[in-house]
Design a protein around this ligand. Sequence first.
Ligand SMILES: Nc1ncnc2c1ncn2[C@@H]1O[C@H](COP(=O)(O)OP(=O)(O)O)[C@@H](O)[C@H]1O
Ligand SMILES: [Mg+2]
Length: 159
Amino acid sequence: MIISERPNSLITLVEDKGQKIAMKVISPSEWMTISLLEQSYKNVMDIQCPYMVKVLEVVKRYETITVKMEYLEGYTRMEYDDNEACETVLDICQHLADLGYVWLDASPINLLEKDGDIKMVDLDTIVKIEDLPKKLEEPNLLLTWYASRIIKLMSNGER
Ligand SMILES: Nc1ncnc2c1ncn2[C@@H]1O[C@H](COP(=O)(O)OP(=O)(O)O)[C@@H](O)[C@H]1O
Ligand SMILES: [Mg+2]
C-alpha cells in the first residue's frame, strides 16, 4: 500500500516477518544529492532522540536510498499553526544542535502525532553542523534552522 508519493520519494507500507514497516525510497533531486541523503541516514543511526522515528535499515541501491522504519500506525501529521508542534520543533532543533546536528527540514508538518506521542519523520536532511558549508546545496533550507534557533533565543529572553 502506498502511504505517500512525491516526485522524489515513495513511502509504502510493507510486511517484514509479520511486522508492519514503512519503506521510503528516495531519489536525489536538484538540491538533495545522494551523498547528502546517505550521510543524513548515517547521522540518524548515531543520534539518540526520543522524538525520532525508529530507523531499522538503510540501503543504497544504484542512485536511490531505501529506508526501512517503524510504521507509525494511526499517527496523523501535525499542522504548521499548531503551537505544540512548533514548540516540539524547537525542542528537537535544540536537542540536535546540542549533539552537533541540524535538521534542515525541521517543520511541524514533518511531525506525526498520536495521543500526545510525537515522532519526527523525514530524516533526509540531518546534517552535522561541521559539514554544513560543504554539504549545503540549498541555502534557503538553513533558514528553517536559524529561524527556530532565533525564536528559541527570543523566547528565552536572550535577545
Ligand atoms: N514511518 C512512518 N509511518 C507512517 N507514516 C509515515 C511514516 N513516514 C512517513 N509517513 C507518512 O508519509 C508522509 C510523508 O513523509 P515524509 O517523510 O515527510 O516524505 P517527504 O520526503 O515526501 O516529505 C508523512 O506526512 C506521513 O503521513
Ligand atoms: Mg516531509
